[in-house]
Each structure stands twice: as C-alpha cells, then as structure tokens.
Design a protein around this ligand. Structure first.
Ligand code: HEM
Length: 544
C-alpha cells in the first residue's frame, strides 16, 4: 500500500477486536480531532464580549507561532489590518494580547507593577543565563535599585574615560583583523570584503570588555572567557524562551558556563578586595563593589557577578546588531557615508591633516552621526517585541480599542501583553517614507520624525523616577528602541558612545559599498540581525 489509509486498513486486520481497532483509529485521529475542535471553538462557540479578538489559527498550542516567529512585523501588521490595534494570538500555548500604536506602547510599558510583570514574562529565559537574585529573579523594587547601582558605572565621568579606550580598540581591530589587512599588502589598495555582523560583534565585545567589563575580562577575551560567552549565548535563544529546560547539550553547556562565568567574576572581585589585582581605569565592577541596598545590605559578590553577566548579554547583541545595520546602510548610501566623514573632518582636523580624537561631549553633538544612529534604531530596533505577564485582569482603555462604545476589552490574568515599538517605528501614518533609511528626517525641522516627537512628548516630556534616577516617561512615544517606563534601558548613553565611536572610527578609515544592497532581517534570533550574506566591500581611505 502506498497511502496512509492503506497502511491503516492493513494495520486493522492484525488487531484482535473491534474495540482495539476503534482505539487505534481514535489515537491516530487525535491531532485531527484537536484541529477540528480548535477551529469549531473559534468559529462556533460564543466568545465573551470583553475578550479581545483572537487571531484565527488551525493548530492548537502551536497557534500563530510560525507566522510570528518568521516575520513578527509582517504578522502583527497583517493582524492589525484584520482585528485592529488590540488582539490575542496563541504562541505555543501562551495567550499573547498585542497592543499596537503609541497608545498600545503606553498600555504595556506604562502599566503598574501590580498588573504587569516583566519578571514573570522573562525569568525562565534570563535566570539560567544571568544567575540568581538579579534582574528578573527578584522583586521589581530590587531591580530598580540594581539599575541605580549600574548607573554609577555609566556616569558622565566614566563615559569620558571610555571614549579613548573604545577608539583604541576599534583602531587596533581595523589594523590587525585578517579581513581588514589582507588587501593592504603588496602596495596595492584594493577593495576588500568583511562580514558586517562578524566585524561589529568582535568590535562590540572588545570595546565593552575594555570599558564596562574591565581589564581582567579584556585580558581573557582570547582565552577562557570567549568560550564561556559562546556557551552562555547558546542558551539565550528563542528556543530557550519557549522551552526553558530541554535535555539538550546546549542547555547543559549554558548551565556549566553560567557557573564558571560567575566564578570568574567572583574571583576578580576577591582579587580586587585583597589588593592582588589593581584596576587603574574605571569600570562597572568597581562601580558595583561597595554599593549598598536601601535596607543596609551590601550588594553581595554573587549579585555583582550576575549583574555583570546580565550587562554583557544586554549590551552585546543589541549594540553589535545596530552597528552592523548602520554600516550596511552607510555602504548602501556612500554619499551619506561621505557626509559623515566630512563631519569628522570639519570638527576634528589637526593642522597636519590627521584627525584627532573626539571628546565625549563633542561626540554627542554631531548632528549627522546622531541621526545615523537614531535612524538605524528606528528601522532596526534590536528588540522587536516587549512582553509582560498579566497578573490581574486588566481593562484596555477605550481610547486604545473597545468592542463597542459602551464596553471595554479586558485582558484576563494569565495572558501576556506584547508591545512592538518596531511596528510604531515603521508606521506609515507617522513617518514620512517610513520604509526608507533616511537620517535627514531627524534634523529636518519639518521632517516627520520631529512631528511625531512633538505629538507625543518624549525627550522634553514628563520625567519620572522609578528608583534609578529621573527618566523621561516616554511610554506613549512611537519611537522606543530603548523601551520606556520602569524597565527602560540604562545602557542608552553607553550604546550611543560605543556606536558613535565605532561608526566614526570605521568611516575615518575606510570607504564602503554593498553591491547587493542591505540584506533583509533575520527574526529567528532573540535580537533582529541582518541575514547572511552581509558582506561589505571596502577600501582604505588612506593607504598606509
Ligand atoms: C532594557 C534596548 C543596550 C542594559 C532595555 C529595553 C530595551 C533595550 C528595548 C527594555 C526591555 C523591556 O522593557 O522589556 C537596548 C538597545 C541597546 C541596548 C536597542 C543598544 C543599541 C544596552 C546596554 C546595556 C543595556 C549597552 C548595558 C550597559 C539594559 C538594562 C535594561 C535594559 C539593565 C533594564 C531591564 C529592565 O529594567 O527590565 N534595553 N539596549 N542595554 N537594557 Fe538595553
């Protein structure tokens, strides 16, 4: 028999009686029955009018996972057209209620801790990687205090010191890395080629370890530390998010690497305390050592270690992906890269024609460099979905979405809510030529970016202190690459410094082209990355 039903008929002949035949048939048809019941439930059963509309799906449990997982932005956009700004979809057994637009961002990011919890949404992914008692493995108030401690390592004085260290690392990389050296041989300045993401990932870890992570980490980057990072990173994937514990080697590697990396940091702290290791440059470990919680408890060594791992993971892929997208777009728009180079020449030329180092303040005040980073983060926010777990039934404001003018939607306890700044940042009704990478939109006084900002006061808007210093609330803004509200990123200034120094040092050194154009995004990783191949061709500006 060459058909499935043929095999079935054959199998039944060997079964002793009609009961077991029926059992076999029922067993084989369970998935089919589940699909039919799931479809009937959606089409026939009456739905409570306060529940947001549910995205139609055939497969129970799996739900809309393939659509959302392959291209979340296209999926959310198409659901928005069908169901409006608020709807629920099933993602591997979880009910995700999406709230789109700036009102949706405000609903999710501006919610109260009693109703919406980040730790309940993320801890199963983050705690095995970061370790116990930090970030999402502790109550929210404790995280707010930890963020205050982290900010000490990101003070303006520290930032000023970091500029030169970052520039040194990037310049050294461009001098020594094989993909940047090979074409500078034999006195010929040919065009070479490098993988945008591979290069920016290396520059990001080199610069972050030289500055925030400290000299001991930088010193071990070529040896033990790199392997530990790779193993930990292998445990920070969408698979880990969906299934926190599977009997797979990558999960075992993750757990071993977490223990070893925490020990590595604890040993650094011990050595510094005992004076056997001295650090003459500012870094995050020294900023965290000596911090005390409000209740008088000193920040324990294991928490410092786990915070250091959290910062490493939070900053690495976000910054390297942004830097890669920025270089890809500059390669695709050589005239903007040239303007960027001229901005450097205008501000930093020495009398002998060389370019001097920018200070932290100068770097922050370069309009085009700033616009290039902002625009890259608009089109390619590394984190496309921000989630919270719903701890108590939550009424959706009628201004956001409502079933009728007299009633309101309620998101039930046990759902997750999801905001997507990536959707509002690409919204054609808010951004002129939203699908184009156009840094000039940020400096043009009539540009749509300015209007979007005016409409939803952001930088100059309401300030709130959630426990880690006053930040602009910004929960309603359609532009939120760093999130908003109490979970807002504290790494923004550092990221701008790291990206600004990396991009300007690269633009000072090379001209770039990308014959095939900018590659599409890959959504199969936690952070939205450019798909391979993502090779940039380059030529040195000054051939040495
Ligand atoms: C939070 C984005 C770099 C540390 C966040 C959030 C976003 C974000 C969207 C909010 C997450 C949520 O609400 O669920 C980015 C982007 C970066 C970047 C786009 C670079 C381009 C960094 C760096 C660091 C860092 C360099 C560390 C030095 C953190 C921390 C939080 C955070 C500690 C707080 C988490 C919380 O309160 O729940 N980031 N980040 N980030 N980020 Fe970043």
């Amino acid at each position: 028999h060459d058909t499935w039903s043929g095999y079935l008929v054959e199998a039944q002949r060997y079964l002793p009686n009609s009961t077991s035949r029926f059992a076999l048939l029922a067993f084989i048809n369970i998935p089919l029955i589940a699909v039919v019941l799931n479809v009937l439930r959606q089409l026939v059963l009456p739905k409570h009018p306060s529940l947001p509309p549910e995205v139609f799906h055939f497969l129970p449990f799996i739900g809309s996972a393939p659509g959302y997982g392959n291209d979340p932005i296209a999926f959310l956009d198409s659901c928005r057209k069908k169901y409006g700004d608020v709807f629920t979809f099933v993602l591997l057994g979880r009910k995700m209620t999406v709230a789109l637009g700036s009102a949706g961002n405000n609903f999710v990011l501006g919610g109260k801790v009693a109703n919406l919890s980040a730790e309940d949404a993320y801890t199963h992914l983050t705690t095995p990687v970061f370790g116990k008692d930090v970030v999402y493995d502790c109550p929210n108030e404790k995280l707010m205090e930890q963020k205050k401690f982290m900010k000490v390592g990101l003070s303006t004085d520290n930032m000023r010191a970091y500029v030169e260290m970052i520039e040194n690392e990037v310049s050294e990389f461009l001098r020594k890395d094989p993909s940047f050296r090979i074409f500078q041989m034999n006195d010929v300045n040919e065009w070479g080629q490098f993988d945008a993401l591979k290069a920016t990932s290396e520059m990001t870890i080199l610069t972050a370890s030289r500055t925030l992570q400290g000299k001991e980490v930088r010193g071990n980057l070529d040896a033990t530390f790199a392997q530990l990072f790779t193993d930990l990173d292998g445990g920070f994937t969408p698979l880990n998010f969906m299934f926190p514990n599977l009997p797979l080697e990558s999960y075992r590697k993750r757990d071993r690497a977490q223990t070893k990396m925490a020990e590595f940091y604890i040993n650094i702290i011990k050595a510094r305390k005992e004076g056997t290791s001295t650090n003459d440059e500012p870094d995050m470990i020294s900023a965290l050592m000596g911090q005390t919680y409000r209740n008088g408890t000193p920040l324990p060594d294991h928490e410092i270690a786990h915070i250091m791992i959290a910062l490493l993971m939070a900053g690495q892929h976000t910054s390297s992906a942004t830097a890669a997208w920025a270089l890809l777009h500059l390669a695709d728009n050589p005239e903007i890269a040239e303007e960027l180079y001229q901005e450097q020449v205008k501000h930093f030329s020495n009398p002998d024609g060389t370019l001097r180092l920018a200070t932290y303040e100068e770097l922050k005040s370069l309009p085009l460099l700033d616009s290039v980073i902002r625009e890259t983060l608009r089109m390619h926010p590394p984190i496309h979905s921000i989630m919270r777990y719903v701890r108590a039934d939550l009424v959706v404001p009628g201004t956001l979405s409502a079933p009728s003018k007299d009633s309101q939607y309620v998101v039930p306890k046990g759902h997750y809510v999801l905001a997507s700044p990536a959707v509002s940042q690409a919204d054609k009704s808010l951004w002129l030529r939203a699908e184009e990478w156009m840094p000039s939109r940020w400096t043009d006084p009539e540009g749509q970016a300015q209007q979007a900002f005016k409409q939803y006061a952001d930088e100059n808007g309401e300030k709130v202190d959630y426990g880690f210093g006053a930040v602009s609330k910004g929960t309603e803004s359609p532009y939120q690459p760093f999130g908003a509200g109490r979970h807002r990123c504290i790494g923004e200034q550092f990221a701008y410094l790291q990206l600004g120094t990396l991009i300007s040092t690269v633009v000072r050194s090379i001209e770039m082209r990308i014959p095939g154009g900018v590659p599409p995004p890959n959504y199969h990783t936690m952070i939205t990355l450019p798909k391979a191949p993502r090779n940039i061709t380059y030529r040195r500006r000054k051939f040495e």
